[in-house]
Design a protein around this ligand. Sequence first.
Ligand code: P6P
Length: 336
Amino acid sequence: MQPVTLTRYLVEEQRAGRIGAELRQTISVVMRACTSISVAVSKGALGGVLGEAGTGNVQGEAQKKLDVISNDILLEANAWGGHLAACASEEMDHAVPVPDEYPKGDFLLLFDPLDGSSNIDVNVSVGTIFSVLRCPEGHRETPTDADFLQPGRQQVAAGYCIYGPQTMLVLTIGHGTHGFTLDREQGVFVLTQRDMRIPASTQEFAVNMSNQRHWEPQMQAYVGDLLAGKEGARGKDFNMRWIASMVADVHRILTRGGIFIYPWDRKDPDKAGKLRLMYEANPMGLLVEQAGGLASTGRARILDLQPEHLHQRVPVFLGSKDEVEAAEAYHAKTGA
Ligand code: P6P
């Protein structure tokens, strides 16, 4: 039987009336860009692409060469893609409208071109995260940052491509979350995990414990009880994983469950956490909720948030439904 490729999956979804031709083609353009990024990432030192680019981004972070290369690959691919009004990226201060000389469309594409890039030089999995929104009516010719400020529930597609031992693209168009593995010899993504489901309960959490002293009391109480194990309030032992690459940690959770946490910490209180709402928390939140999990700030569901600016940061608790709800219960207590 012929394998179901991502291209075939998207055509079948279009035939079933679940997406239009323009969104199908937009996702196909992102897929091809991710294949190019996978080639660049896998070359490592042989491609002269490791190390710093010598530039910084709007986040105040030093850019890796591959951050810039990946961002350029996505911008160039989508300029000719023909169905976008504008792109926005972790690596760019403001949204970039598709230039007038290129074909335009009604979608807005956001991406973190290479999330986890601090791991590149030590050969740990990294990935591209992307989110697709509709451009507000009448704004196609003059899109601005404000047009992107839509709650995550309004995403029409979201996904990531993880560059690990396998290159995999995980996608939702609002009808489940599905995993596609890159067959490098054929140059196609093949459906290998249809309808990924996150178990409701878990005994595995992911957080950077070195920030523990900076957390608010409710977070300290919650993690303290995870660490107390079966002798503690939770009555069961927990394991911990932290890859420090969101795409890799979330992929593990989509594959076997768990809870991923990047909470608010007082190291930089006005940032409200490290992760960005528009092109990290929202796309990952949609993928997780489409797989039966939950995505929360600890006090509100991420996909319901009304964004205030393009590079807004939020606390993130996502993964197994029962565990995210348990974390929310701790955060509902005033003062812990
Ligand atoms: P820390 C990578 O830089 C990233 O944005 C996410 O991919 C990852 O989950 C997090 O930051 C890691 O943060 O503080 O552990 O380095």
